[in-house]
Design a protein around this ligand. Structure first.
Ligand SMILES: *[C@@H]1O[C@H](CO)[C@@H](O)[C@H](O)[C@H]1NC(C)=O
Ligand SMILES: *[C@@H]1O[C@H](CO)[C@@H](O)[C@H](O)[C@H]1NC(C)=O
Ligand SMILES: *[C@@H]1O[C@H](CO)[C@@H](O)[C@H](O)[C@H]1NC(C)=O
Ligand SMILES: *[C@@H]1O[C@H](CO)[C@@H](O)[C@H](O)[C@H]1NC(C)=O
Ligand SMILES: *[C@@H]1O[C@H](CO)[C@@H](O)[C@H](O)[C@H]1NC(C)=O
Length: 379
């Protein structure tokens, strides 16, 4: 591990040759953080650094694979090495006062945002506020990687210098999707949608929105559970896949999970009931399977959408959800039991008695039951 970190430091310094002093400083700060912090997110960063450099330290080891993020990381470091704002942060961070830890974290977050940018503009640029000035943007201060404070970049919001919101919806993000021969291993997707540097945002992030980026693929990273301040995660209408990582169920503050119209699969864990602040659980049109656990304890739920998955039919008590309809629950959307659809005015509806649970507020025909286009209109 130590050796890998040292290699990383060396590489950093090489990358930083155009701003040598701050390059060395920066490397030192990264390493200090990685080694000294108690936060397990730094551990993830370290794990990944170590893996990335195993190639060199273990010579002929054939299990080593090319790290898909190394190119993005290299570009981010190159950018950082000449970025005035980063150099100022780095100098501030090096003054031994009680602000320096905060400045270090700010610097790391700026680096993380740059890595996220480079790893999600693999096949083209973003369609809004790309660093390339030919893309539309309210002002150049709002552009990603502009020399202004990163909290003013479009889609970023923060408090006390730290990133609170990462909202990259509808930007045409694109990353490395697996080649077609990999997709045989349907349920085992081995790569994350975002680089591990993302974990540098975990101490402060409250909002993560990546929705409506149809070219974005990969899993929700398993270290998501370290984002203990996260309140809302929204990745709908992407190509993201894999199962919901168990660590996600540890994020007590989550109020909103929107994963619909992706390619997620697997079971919904019984641990979902630990998310007692949850108001919105929108997971329709994926490939989830199994029996929905009893969610009757989630009394703040306002909406839950399950249709278009492979769930087993809801039990007669509908996983404890029916009683919640007397409280805050307003939307409980499921697949229809096979049955006929009728048109009521402009709306499609299932004939009386054919909803697959007694209390569901709405049901949607399963694929093939009726012409989907007719129903998509009001879904
Ligand atoms: C790996 O080793 C080669 C040869 O010593 C060196 O040129 C290269 O920079 C090293 N790569 C990394 C990522 O350290
Ligand atoms: C820094 O520490 C000093 C002494 O410990 C304290 O008086 C001061 O308020 C601190 N400043 C900040 C910004 O926390
Ligand atoms: C999105 O990016 C791809 C390249 O990655 C490009 O071919 C496509 O035209 C872009 N779409 C929009 C709407 O910008
Ligand atoms: C979703 O995954 C399934 C296999 O699990 C695959 O057949 C399908 O093509 C995928 N859909 C998309 C949009 O990637
Ligand atoms: C709902 O039904 C299931 C299976 O019949 C049962 O295990 C569970 O305890 C019931 N939940 C409630 C809230 O009645």
């Amino acid at each position: 591990m130590k050796r890998a970190l040292h290699l990383f430091a060396l590489m950093l310094c090489q990358q930083m040759s155009s701003a040598q002093d701050s390059g060395v400083q920066l490397a030192q700060q990264l390493i200090n953080h990685v080694q000294s912090s108690e936060l397990s997110s730094w551990k993830h960063l370290a794990d990944f650094l170590s893996a990335a450099f195993d190639e060199n330290s273990s010579g002929s080891d054939s299990s080593a694979t090319e790290d898909q993020y190394s190119s993005a990381r290299r570009k981010a470091l190159q950018w950082l090495s000449t970025d005035e704002y980063a150099i100022t942060l780095s100098n501030d961070a090096n003054n031994n006062n009680n602000e320096s830890d905060k400045k270090q974290l700010q610097l790391l977050q700026r680096y993380a945002l740059a890595t996220i940018y480079y790893s999600t503009s693999q096949n083209g640029k973003w369609n809004t506020c790309d660093p390339d000035t030919s893309t539309p943007c309210e002002s150049d201060n709002h552009r990603f990687l502009s020399s202004s404070n990163h909290l003013s970049w479009e889609g970023i919001n923060g408090k006390n210098g730290l990133v609170i919101w990462l909202d990259l919806n509808t930007r045409n993000l694109s990353n490395h999707c697996p080649s077609s021969h990999d997709s045989h291993t349907q349920t085992t997707v081995h790569y994350d949608a975002l680089p591990p540097e993302m974990a540098l945002l975990s101490p402060s992030l409250e909002l993560l929105w990546l929705h409506s980026n149809p070219l974005l693929c990969g899993r929700i990273p398993s270290y998501i559970g370290e984002f203990s301040n996260l309140q809302t995660i929204s990745v709908y209408s992407t190509k993201m896949s894999g199962s919901i990582p168990n660590s996600l169920y540890n994020i007590e503050k989550l109020t909103s999970i929107r994963l619909y119209r992706c390619n997620f699969s697997g079971l919904i864990s019984d641990d979902m009931k630990k998310l007692t602040n949850l108001k919105w659980l929108w997971i329709h049109e994926n490939e989830f399977t199994g029996v929905l656990p009893d969610l009757g304890e989630l009394t703040l739920l306002e909406g839950i959408t399950l249709h278009g998955n492979g769930f087993a039919k809801l039990e007669s008590n509908s996983s404890g959800l029916c009683p919640l309809l007397k409280g805050s629950l307003k939307y409980l959307w499921v697949d229809c039991e096979d049955g006929s659809l009728v048109k009521e005015g402009d709306e499609w509806a299932v004939v009386e008695g054919k909803t697959s649970c007694e209390c569901c507020t709405r049901c949607f025909p399963r694929d093939g039951t009726v012409d989907n286009s007719a129903v998509a209109v009001d879904s």
